[in-house]
Design a binder for this molecule. Structure first.
Ligand code: NCD
Length: 326
């Protein structure tokens, strides 16, 4: 599902031959294995550059419009930090109540507007398909930073980059996704992206009412990935290489009483983790509420804070790519 490249208002130059120049990033379905290796390679270089010199001028003069219609700490600030570390500037629109959205402006008009001022748009919005809609109207590349319960492609990219940096491989892994697999968009994107790798086994562990959506399970099955659904963690924890924990997404529940029933369905503690391998990692897109006890944070297998840092490098790579500099 490669979208048409958008090239208006960007300076002419050799960089226009860069493969991702002017492209939207809307879904993980856009990426094949070679694309992923390319992104990870660029992200790895970004890591080295940040560790060596912190900030550099690759995107000097470029402007990012960072539009967030839903709360965010990590995604919004890591995109801002990514742009600034590359020498670019940011128009932050996270309090949409102070923008013309509060006057009733439509999403197409808002992104058309920001596309006039910025070179790239990052969008988080509560509706599935909103990023694709925005991409139709914006004259500049749109990066999906979460469209409701739909997808969160940049998170899945940083999640797979994390696995690669932490475990040294992305093939032959047992991945167990735990928690709210129904409303958690990060696992929808990650499950799809994992189908690009060889020898992946997927376990989906959730309360019955928070099962992974049928369409995601079907897509994963079509690619020949063995997967199993469970309501308890015990059976699959010992074989797990990557335990991907998610928050129960309170804001997506229609009935608060139902949320109360399932919110503490799983809690990862040092005691629970005694049954897991020594060489494995626990990930979480964050924010966490109660699903991972803070007592586990100092365990070397707790990779969720390192995961946030990998996110910076991946988002730097993506910005450089769509702006023709990688
Ligand atoms: C996730 C999100 O917004 O989908 N957070 C993030 O981007 N790191 C997960 C969540 O909110 O639970």
């Amino acid at each position: 599902m490669l979208t048409k490249a958008k090239k208006p208002h960007l300076p002419l130059g050799d960089h226009q031959t860069a493969p991702w120049y002017g492209k939207d990033i809307l879904s993980v379905k856009q990426f094949n294995r070679a694309d992923l290796e390319y992104i990870f390679g660029v992200a790895h270089e970004m890591r080295i550059m940040v560790e060596r010199i912190g900030t550099f001028d690759l995107l000097k003069g470029k402007i990012l419009a960072n539009i967030f219609y839903e709360p965010s700490t990590r995604t919004a600030s890591s995109f801002m930090a990514a742009m600034e570390r590359l020498g670019g500037a940011v128009i932050p629109i996270s309090e949409v109540k102070y923008s013309s959205v509060a006057k009733g402006e439509s999403l197409p008009d808002t992104v058309r507007t920001l596309g006039c001022y910025a070179d790239v748009i990052v969008l988080r919005h509560p509706e599935v398909g909103s990023a694709a809609l925005a991409a139709q109207y914006a004259g500049k590349p749109v990066i999906n930073a979460g469209d409701g319960v739909g997808e969160h492609p940049t998170q899945a990219l940083l999640d797979t980059f994390t696995i690669r940096e932490e475990l040294g491989r992305l093939d032959n892994l047992t991945v167990t996704m735990l928690g709210d697999l129904k409303y958690g968009r990060t696992v929808h994107s990650l499950a799809r992206l994992l189908t690009q790798f060889n020898g992946i086994r997927l376990n989906c562990v959730s309360p019955k009412i928070l099962r992974m959506p049928r369409d995601v399970l079907d897509e994963v099955a079509e690619k020949g990935i063995p997967q199993k659904e469970h309501t308890l963690l015990d059976k699959v924890l010992p074989e797990t290489d990557v335990l991907y924990v998610t928050r129960v997404q309170r804001e997506r529940f229609e009935d608060a009483a139902v949320y109360e029933k399932v919110k503490n369905a799983f809690i990862i503690t040092p005691d629970v983790m005694k049954a897991a391998k020594k060489e494995m990692i626990v990930m979480h897109p964050l924010p966490r509420i109660t699903e991972i006890s803070m007592d586990f944070d100092n365990d070397p297998r707790a990779a969720y804070f390192r995961q946030m840092e990998y996110g910076l490098y991946v988002r730097m790579a993506l910005l450089a790519m769509v702006l023709g500099k990688a």
